[in-house]
Design a protein. Sequence first.
Length: 320
Amino acid sequence: MTQPLLFPTSRASPPLPSPAVRRAGTRRVPVALVLAALLAVAPVPVAGAAEYPVRGDSEPRITEETPYVPSPRIVVDTMLRMAGVNARDFLIDLGSGDGRIIITAARELRARGFGVDYDPRLVRLATENAAREGVSDSTAFYQQDIFKTDLGQATVVTMYLLPEYNAVLKPRLLALRPGTRIVSHDYGIGDWEPDAQETIPVPEKPVGAMKQSTIYVWVVPAQVAGRWRSRVQTVRGIADLEIDIAQRNQHITGTARVRGCEVPIERPFLKSSYLSFRLEAGGETLLFQGHVSNDRITGEQIRGERHTRWRAPKMGSARG
Ligand SMILES: C[S@@+](CC[C@H](N)C(=O)[O-])C[C@H]1O[C@@H](n2cnc3c(N)ncnc32)[C@H](O)[C@@H]1O
């Protein structure tokens, strides 16, 4: 790859703030100031939503532009490794700079993908870099606002954006297909706890006093909140089972009703579309595991040594 631009230096054609940023009332902040802010805060541990700059209401807002700071090679490699990127993946890099994440994924792992950046000079540079690296067929770079980018094609989304950008993006990221991996360099996504994180030394990092980076990975969970109805095998025969699930990001809690008894669901676990939990009901332990798809859980119930098919449609859905 060519020597990366550290920052777009020419002010002859400064990148315009994106419409979304302008709508959010962004004022242009000198790059030095933004970097000073980055230096002061990077790396930032995953923080609760309340720690983000919130201006008078509970919605996260963009108050500063994310400047161009390239992710060093070791960070790119770690991001791709932690996300388990492979040849079946389609990556979208939000704010793609010189294209290095998408280009490395295509060149080293035969993945496909595109990057978007609002700076046309960076989009041109990324496009040239992709051609030089021989991956033009499997990559593309667009001058586009990340907040207007359709993410539907992604199996992996990569980001190196300020935390308030991540917080604004959170609802759209959580709504992606279950199993989609989100990878972020240095910043969390509001109150969404990462499924994995690693901090690595990065001596060549252009910002931050610590010369280290933290990489976070999230796996988009299925949306399982609501009431699910099924039948359950118990020692006293088959019974109706109703389960109420509450969800916050990938964390679930809930209660179940069997034979007029209400019991908490225990050891609840949700990753991607896989869900499992257990119930202590009528003096026995019942285990459930399955996959959620189209408002239906399909899997098995385990009671002692016995495995039986388990299906639970969501109540109130068209299929319920
Ligand atoms: C910190 S750099 C990361 C570059 C690259 N992803 C990497 O990790 O090397 C963030 C990039 O986001 C771009 N960016 C910031 N806000 C954007 C927006 N609203 N729409 C598109 N790109 C944006 C900047 O121009 C910059 O290139």
